[in-house]
Design a protein around this ligand. Sequence first.
Ligand SMILES: Nc1ncnc2c1ncn2[C@@H]1O[C@H](COP(=O)(O)OP(=O)(O)OP(=O)(O)O)[C@@H](O)[C@H]1O
Length: 231
Amino acid sequence: MLTFDAVEIAFPSFRLTASLDIQAGRRVAVIGPSGAGKSTLLGAIAGFVQHEGAILWQGERIDGLPPAKRPVAMLFQDNNLFTHLTLGQNVGLGLRPDLRLAPDDKAAADAALDRVGLGRFGSRKPGSLSGGQQSRAALARVLVMRRPLLLLDEPFAALGPALKDEMLDLVAELAEETGATVLMVTHDPRDAVRLSEEAVFVADGVAAPPVPTPQLLEDPPPKLAAYLGRR
Ligand SMILES: Nc1ncnc2c1ncn2[C@@H]1O[C@H](COP(=O)(O)OP(=O)(O)OP(=O)(O)O)[C@@H](O)[C@H]1O
């Protein structure tokens, strides 16, 4: 279980509180108006954002750990693939930031590329791939890290609808296989329904405890209704 215990994030002109639990193995959408604090919430889990209160994973505090030691892998919208490195090396970075890859590491990187359908592309560079293939490579890099918490910050926003659906289904499949707990920031209720079982609504300085995604979208609180354009 991922626990936010009286977490409070305070920037000079922004404040966000969160007291909630997310069951291990769940896929959870983080949804809410622009600027509400969705990315900030993920940043606190990953260790990029300072806060009061405690964040625990399986009952142990992780908020004192440096980002690299947290049980977390994070995927951003711009992929963060290095254009001068091959896909194999980009994925290998998930294992060894210095890229001193042992044979086992190389095999794990190849296996991760294979799993996302890029088995033959290990020696290619990102620039020679389509947007969808680049997204798959970035997913392979977080997959190879084998971290139990997968944080996705609008990772597929730049993809067209069909490709986005394909990626969301792939994430769901991989999460089932690995048992990973997934938190995904999205602006699109369709994405939330496609990927997630539960959703955390972030608005007015509060990240609310998760509720079943269909329930939240069928009967949204007023702020979410306004955000969704349903008044
Ligand atoms: N390092 C920081 N220092 C000060 N303020 C910050 C910092 N990071 C974020 N903020 C502020 O925190 C608020 C929440 O930002 P955040 O990016 O988390 O929102 P969001 O819900 O992810 O927005 P969007 O949907 O537009 O991406 C914003 O007002 C932002 O300006």
